[in-house]
Design a protein around this ligand. Structure first.
Ligand code: GLN
Length: 284
């Protein structure tokens, strides 16, 4: 059996070639997998490079590495993903929370007062990433989190439970289907599926392992955004705000739909990569 440093060296090369990762990313992933199997942190691995891992831990590491070599996302292998500073449980029933979505949370937080009640709806909550972040940072807000997938709702509920949040209520619903029309919401947020059905990215990387229902939305990727925007005015208060994540090239189309649906103050915000990512509108 090779020593830890040698093992990492070998396996980072395997990961890089199997998954097309950069050397840095491959090294980081190999370290994370071995650290997990040995129940240590990465600093420990670096300090103990000349030691041999114990047999049982080594066998466990081999299993984790094999899964990753097959392309399974790190978040599913670990069952965890960090989002907005919160560690969330994730399973293959939910989309892996993305850093881009933190922009949606930031913009929503700006619309939710810190010291007054506010009704917030999260459509297509998945892991509950958005609902849980908002509920944590705005304890006075009352959040309704909706998903059509019962399995996803279980994950979202587990995440709310881990943080002992009591200000989120969960509804199983295909978009608006079972959302009560009253009382209305002050803020509606959604990170819906927005990738075109035939988009080649669906066959690449992590996306291959994620629920297709959380990713793809019709020929142009706009069908769910359309359904959300067209009915949102019926569920928002007179000055309520709708905030939507969308694809890098959908900003213009989403703004047009918002204007058509009667929204004012329509704006698009760019993510950290400089890409149009979240559009917002206020009911007028
Ligand atoms: N942002 C994700 C991606 O491009 C897609 C998430 C979504 O469809 N809501 O991988």
């Amino acid at each position: 059996m090779p020593a830890i440093a040698e093992l990492l060296q070998q396996d980072q090369a395997r990961l890089a070639s199997a998954l097309g990762l950069s050397v840095t990313d491959a090294r980081f992933e190999a370290q994370l997998l071995l650290a997990q199997a040995l129940q240590v942190n990465r600093a420990w691995l670096i300090a103990h490079g000349d030691e041999m891992p114990a047999d049982a831990a080594f066998a466990h590491y081999r299993l984790l590495l094999e899964r990753r070599l097959q392309g399974e996302p790190m978040a599913y292998i670990f069952g965890e993903k960090e989002f907005y500073g919160i560690s969330l449980k994730v399973t293959p029933d939910v989309l892996i929370p993305r850093p881009e979505t933190e922009l949606l949370v930031e913009l929503a937080l700006a619309c939710i007062p810190a010291d007054a009640p506010c009704r917030v709806l999260d459509l297509g909550t998945g892991s509950g990433a958005i609902a849980v972040s908002l509920a944590t940072l705005r304890p006075q807000a009352e959040i309704v989190a909706v998903d059509m997938s019962q399995a996803a709702l279980q994950v979202a509920q587990a995440n709310a439970g881990r943080l002992q949040l009591s200000n989120i209520c969960f509804i199983c619903s295909d978009w608006w289907q079972h959302v009560p029309a009253a009382p209305r919401f002050d803020v509606i947020v959604s990170n819906p599926p927005y990738i075109a059905d035939g988009d080649s990215h669906l066959q690449q990387g992590d996306l291959r392992f994620e629920p297709i229902t959380a990713l793809a939305a019709g020929a142009c990727g706009m069908s769910d955004l359309q359904r959300i925007i067209s009915h949102a005015p019926d569920y928002l208060t007179a000055t309520g705000t709708l905030l939507l994540e969308h694809g890098y090239d959908q900003g213009k189309a989403v703004r047009e739909l918002l204007i058509q649906a009667g929204f004012g103050a329509v704006a698009t915000h760019r993510d950290l990569a400089g890409v149009e990512r979240v559009s917002t509108g206020q009911r007028t």
